[in-house]
Design a protein around this ligand. Structure first.
Ligand SMILES: Cc1ncc(COP(=O)(O)O)c(C=O)c1O
Length: 368
């Protein structure tokens, strides 16, 4: 099914009829936007796990943002694709680890708006899940450019963009995780959505919300949206990458740039830079041996999520964030209301069949 596109005005800028942002602040009516997600995503309580851990556990399921391929990337891509189209791009270039959810989501949804996709992929530890993602990326039609190390990915993206421009193409470079200002706006909308759900009594205001921290766009946007709506819950960012990659200053600068951008579009948007920053708390205890490496506590958390909530978590992001929540649920956060934001697609992306990946790509998945 193609994405729903609502064209407004002239000049090929696309936008959606109503978002929570545009409903509340008129200046946001012209933010370029492509409708991909089915919103709002549901919130459920998990009674048996709540009894077991001694805290009131809830889940907001962004795994259901789309039946085709859900997860947190769909909300970001609504604004990233809108921005790319407003720039009249014909090609997207992005990057991620070999098992990247962001790369798969970009390839799946960019096809709807007829954008070609190039992905610069770098290595990560092998897992069955990561291999499935790489197969899904191929199936979605992305052109994959393997590089040996993550440090080579950004220069490679820019070299590719330069080459494409020489061929008179119009590339748009999407940063890792889709976390440019446009992508972060997708999660500002999610924060406002959650605030509305709390107001409508779908759940009590949580003391803490647990979210995996990769490139930081999800956490930054969520914190801005919640602060703009006056919700004071802590956003616990469970770091799944080394501190050099994601840290407080990085999140703070994303918050600052996004709020500045939004205020530039509508000056009545509140300056929530300070409260949004103050509500974020980074949990660095769940990383284990590094990005993409499974942890024993993560495996246990994934088992409990499956048994009590029917959620299948991935080892790289969501199992670690769920584990971060369980670690504090029966100790310093005992008796509190805790919300887990599920950022992993409930629907597996379609994958390329066949027993073997091309050698150049297989090498990206490092076996111990
Ligand atoms: C399933 C999942 N959860 C969370 C994240 C982290 O989101 P962010 O990069 O916005 O920090 C990612 C990023 O790739 C992801 O794939």
């Amino acid at each position: 099914m193609p994405a729903k596109l609502c064209q407004r005005g002239s000049g090929g800028v696309w936008s959606r009829d109503v978002t929570i942002l545009s409903d509340r602040w008129r200046g946001f009516r012209h933010i370029p936007y492509v409708t991909l997600a089915e919103l709002p995503t549901p919130i459920v309580r998990v009674p048996t796990l709540s009894t077991r851990v001694g805290a009131d556990v809830w889940i907001k399921d962004d795994g259901l943002t789309s039946p085709r391929y859900g997860g947190n990337k769909v909300r970001k891509l609504e604004y990233v694709l809108g921005d790319a189209m407003a720039h009249e791009a014909d090609t997207l270039i992005t990057t991620g680890a070999a098992g990247s959810h962001h790369a798969v989501a970009t390839a799946v949804f960019a096809a709807d708006v007829r954008l070609r996709v190039h992905v610069v992929s770098f290595s990560q530890p092998w897992s069955g899940h990561a291999e499935q993602q790489l197969r899904a990326l191929l199936h979605a039609g992305a052109e994959v450019h393997p590089v040996r190390a993550a440090a080579l990915a950004i220069p490679r993206m820019h070299a590719l963009a330069a080459r494409l421009r020489m061929q008179r193409r119009r590339p748009y470079v999407v940063p890792p995780g889709g976390s440019n200002v446009a992508g972060v706006i997708g999660y500002v909308e999610a924060g406002l959505e959650l605030a509305r759900q709390i107001e409508a009594r779908a759940m009590p205001e949580p003391d803490a919300i647990f979210v995996p921290l990769g490139t930081g766009g999800t956490v930054a946007g969520l914190a801005i949206g919640l602060a703009a709506a006056g919700v004071t819950s802590r956003v616990v960012a469970v770091r799944v990458v080394p501190r050099a990659v994601a840290n407080g200053p990085l999140i703070n600068s994303m918050i600052k740039r996004t709020v500045r951008h939004l205020k530039g579009l509508d000056e009545r948007f509140p300056d929530v830079t300070r409260p949004a920053r103050d509500h974020v708390e980074i949990d660095g205890e769940e990383l284990g041996a590094g990005y993409g490496s499974e942890t024993a506590v993560g495996r246990n958390a994934a088992r409990l999520a499956h048994e009590h909530a029917g959620l299948d978590l991935d080892p790289t992001y969501t199992a670690k964030a769920f584990s971060g929540m369980l670690r504090v649920a029966s100790k310093e956060r005992a008796g509190q209301t805790l919300l887990f934001l599920n950022t992993l697609s409930r629907a597996p992306a379609e994958r390329a069949p066949g027993p073997r990946l091309p050698d150049s790509l297989r090498k990206l998945l490092l076996r111990r």
